[in-house]
Design a binder for this molecule. Structure first.
Ligand code: 5GP
Length: 227
């Protein structure tokens, strides 16, 4: 019998934002391990490598000049300047992965997220929130990779971003990491089941369906007799 859903369902574009220190990275690693058919887009940045980061893993690290060339050549879907550095999403393979039915994850800040909302309004927007501002400050300080001035800059930016949360579809508070991962997984799985994401469905006429199920039943009965 024919499958009810005929054409491959296209993947969702998922934008995950939240202030630095909210724990987006750990949540994303958790969902990548937890559900299949997810693809994480790697951004480009002109900021310096931090701690144990590797080129091509967390980001493609390039110079400001190289980044400006990418802008001119229209190679970026969106980009922004954040804390004195450029960050941008390469157009690259996003569409290819969506067509394969994979959800594509963009981990970007709010300006970029709003740009994506203009370009692709049916993308899913998730905001990761720290439990409170004091905890956020502690997390930023504990990283020990940024200067005091950068920490303050990031903290101020976080404050602004948190006030924009209503522009997103979902908000997840990252108090207990495992719980936050479960919540984001639940959002992605539920979004995959939305009826308006189905491109083509085949039910057939009632006679056809009844006839086919009758034939199927007979062949099962016959198989059982043969055994
Ligand atoms: P970090 O320096 O902490 O890795 O990132 C700083 C901010 O830049 C984070 O809020 C992160 O989500 C954002 N970001 C990372 N990649 C992109 C990108 O491609 N586009 C935009 N708009 N923001 C990005």
């Amino acid at each position: 019998m024919k499958d009810l859903i005929q054409s491959k369902v296209k993947g969702n574009l998922v934008v995950i934002s939240g202030p630095s220190g909210a724990g987006k990275g750990s949540i994303i690693q958790g969902i990548l391990k937890g559900i299949p058919n997810l693809w994480l887009s790697i951004s480009m940045t002109s900021r310096a490598i931090r701690g144990k980061e590797q080129n091509g893993k967390e980001y493609y690290f390039i110079t400001r000049e190289e980044f400006e060339k990418k802008i001119q050549e229209n190679e970026l879907l969106e980009y922004t300047e954040y804390s004195g550095n450029y960050y941008g999403t390469p157009r690259g393979k996003i569409n290819e992965h969506l067509q394969l039915g994979q959800d594509v994850i963009l981990e970007i800040e709010i300006e970029g997220a709003l740009r994506i909302k203009e370009l692709i309004p049916d993308a899913i927007f998730i905001f990761i929130m720290p439990p409170n501002m004091r905890e956020l400050k502690t997390r930023l300080e504990n990283r020990k990779t940024d200067s005091e001035e950068k920490i303050l800059q990031r903290f101020k930016r976080a404050y602004q971003e948190i006030n924009e949360v209503t522009k997103y579809n979902y908000v997840v508070v990252n108090d207990v990491l495992e719980l936050a991962i479960e919540k984001v997984k639940a959002i992605l799985l539920a979004e995959r089941c939305r009826v308006d994401r189905i491109e083509e469905m085949y039910v057939g006429s009632l006679e056809e369906v009844l006839h086919e199920s009758l034939v199927d039943n007979k062949s099962i009965v016959n198989q059982e007799r043969e055994i």
